[in-house]
Design a protein around this ligand. Structure first.
Ligand code: PLP
Length: 420
C-alpha cells in the first residue's frame, strides 16, 4: 500500500460484522478464564492484560504508525517528551552518554542537558554540520546513541541522516531520529539508515491541537548483540530471565521499552486519545501536501518583504539546507517557517500581537496558522550562549502555516508588518 492508503487502512481491519471505524476500547482490564493464564502473562505479556502496557485502540494506532515509518513495531506515549525520554532510557543508564546536535527542540535540550544529567546520563552536544573527524571525536567508550531531528524545531536545520547513521554505526550505536516536523509523509528516516524514530504526535500527526502524544518506532535493523548493549542480550531478572534479543529478535528494542519502561513509568495514552490521533493520521498525507504548498508561498512572501531580516525555510533555494532538503524532503519542507524581523525582539513581539488570524499559542504544526516567539517561550530556559547555539535570535518568530487559504494568511501577516 502507498502511504495515503496506509493512513486509512493500516492497524485495523474489521472482520465480518465488526465496526468500520476503529473502536474505542475504554477498559483498563481484560478478562481471563484462569489464574494460570494470567500468571503466564506476567512472565511474558503477549496479550492485552492491563492498559498501562497496551490497549487494543492504542495498539491499532501503533501498528499504523509503525507501517507508515516502515518499522517493525511502535509504542505510543502520553507526549513527545515521554517518547524521547524512553527512547534514550531504553539504551542509556547512569554512567552512559549519547550525542545530539545543539540545534534540537528546546524541550529536548532541557531534558538532555538538565534532567538526564541528574540521572547520570550525559548528552554530548555537537554541531551537526561539523566535519566527520570532529563528530567522531565526540564519542566516548560509554556513548550509547546518537540523536537528531530530521527538521529541527525551530532552527529548521535539515539533518544529514545518512551521514549521522554511518557515524553512529561506525561506533556501534543506533541513530534515533525525531521525525516530528517531517512526518513519514515527507521523510522516512529508516530508509536512510536511522534505527529508531520518535515523534511528538501532538503536532502534524494529530494535527488538530486536540491532544498530546508521542510514539517510538523501532526500525528492527540494529544489531543489539554487538557487545554494547548487554541489557538487550542478558537475562532480565524482572521478567524471569528473558533475553530480549533471543526472545524477540528484530523487535527487541520496542518490546524491551514496553516491558521495562512502560511497565515502570506508565506514560501510556488513553484509548480515547489514540482514537483522536487515528483520525488525524487518516488525513495526514493530504494535509502535509497543503502545508508544504502554503508554507512555500508564505516563505517567498517573507523573503521579499523589506521588514524581514532573514527567512529560514529549507524549501527556499537560498537556504543553507536546501540541498539536504531536496534529498531528504523532496516533496516539501513542511509548514513551519522561522523568520527574523529587522527591528529585533521588540518589533517581533509587536508584530505578533497585531496578528488577527494567526493565534499566539504555545503550539506548532496545527491546522490553524499560529505563531510563537521562541526566545521568550520554548527557549526561555536557555542561556544566551545556548540560544546562539540553537540558532535563536531575539527577533525571530516561529510561524506555523496552517491550512487556511494562503491569501488570508498573507493578508494577516501584512497587518503585523503595518505596525512595525
Ligand atoms: C513538540 C516537540 C516535542 C515534544 O513533544 P510534546 O508532545 O510537546 O511532549 C519533541 N520534539 C519536537 C521536534 C517537537 O516539536
Amino acid at each position: 500500500m502507498k502511504i495515503e492508503t496506509q493512513c486509512l487502512h493500516e492497524g485495523y481491519t474489521p472482520k465480518n460484522g465488526e465496526p468500520r471505524v476503529l473502536p474505542i476500547v475504554q477498559s483498563t482490564t481484560y478478562c481471563f478464564d484462569s489464574t494460570e493464564h494470567i500468571a503466564q502473562l506476567f512472565d511474558m505479556p503477549t496479550e492485552f492484560m492491563y492498559s498501562r502496557f497496551a490497549n487494543p485502540t492504542v495498539d491499532a494506532v501503533e501498528k499504523k504508525i509503525a507501517a507508515l515509518e516502515g518499522g517493525v513495531g511502535a509504542m505510543c506515549t502520553t507526549s513527545g517528551q515521554a517518547a524521547i525520554l524512553l527512547s534514550i532510557l531504553n539504551l542509556c543508564g547512569a554512567g552512559d552518554s549519547f550525542i545530539a546536535p545543539a540545534t534540537i527542540y528546546g524541550g529536548s535540550i532541557n531534558l538532555f542537558a538538565v534532567t538526564l544529567k541528574k540521572l547520570g546520563i550525559e548528552c554530548i552536544f555537537v554541531d551537526a554540520d561539523a566535519p566527520q573527524e570532529e563528530l567522531d571525536a565526540a564519542f566516548r567508550p560509554n556513548t550509547k546513541a546518537v540523536f537528531g531531528e530530521t527538521l529541527a524545531n525551530p532552527a529548521l536545520t535539515v539533518l544529514d541522516i545518512e551521514k549521522f547513521a554511518s557515524l553512529a554505526h561506525r561506533h556501534g550505536v543506533p541513530l534515533i531520529i525525531d521525525n516530528t516536523f517531517a512526518t513519514p509523509v515527507l521523510c522516512r528516516p529508516l530508509e536512510f539508515g536511522a534505527d529508531i524514530i520518535v515523534h511528538s504526535t501532538t503536532k502534524y500527526m494529530d494535527g488538530h491541537a486536540v491532544q498530546l502524544g508521542g510514539v517510538i518506532v523501532d526500525g528492527g535493523h540494529f544489531d543489539w548483540t554487538n557487545g554494547n548493549f548487554p541489557d538487550f542480550v542478558e537475562p532480565d531478572e524482572s521478567y524471569h530471565g528473558v533475553s530480549y534479543t533471543k526472545a524477540f529478535g528484530s523487535m527487541a528494542y520496542i518490546i524491551k521499552a514496553r516491558m521495562q519502561l512502560m511497565r515502570d513509568f506508565g506514560c501510556y495514552p488513553a484509548a480515547n486519545s489514540a482514537f483522536l490521533l487515528n483520525l488525524g493520521l487518516e488525513t495526514l498525507p493530504i494535509r502535509m501536501r497543503q502545508y508544504c504548498a502554503n508554507a512555500g508561498r508564505v516563505a517567498q512572501f517573507l523573503e521579499n518583504h523589506q521588514k524581514v531580516k532573514s527567512v529560514n525555510y529549507p524549501g527556499l533555494a537560498t537556504n543553507k539546507y536546501h540541498a539536504l532538503a531536496e534529498k531528504y524532503l523532496p516533496e516539501g519542507c513542511s509548514g513551519v517557517i522561522s523568520f527574523t524581523v529587522a527591528g529585533g525582539r521588540e518589533d517581533a513581539v509587536k508584530f505578533m500581537d497585531h496578528l488577527e488570524l494567526a493565534s499566539n499559542v504555545v503550539h506548532v504544526a496545527d491546522i490553524r496558522t499560529c505563531v510563537l516567539h521562541p526566545a521568550s517561550a520554548t527557549h526561555r530556559q536557555l542561556t544566551d550562549e545556548q540560544l546562539v547555539a540553537a540558532g535563536i535570535d531575539g527577533g525571530m518568530i516561529r510561524l506555523s502555516v496552517g491550512l487556511e487559504n494562503v491569501e488570508d494568511i498573507l493578508a494577516d501577516l501584512e497587518k503585523g508588518f503595518a505596525v512595525i
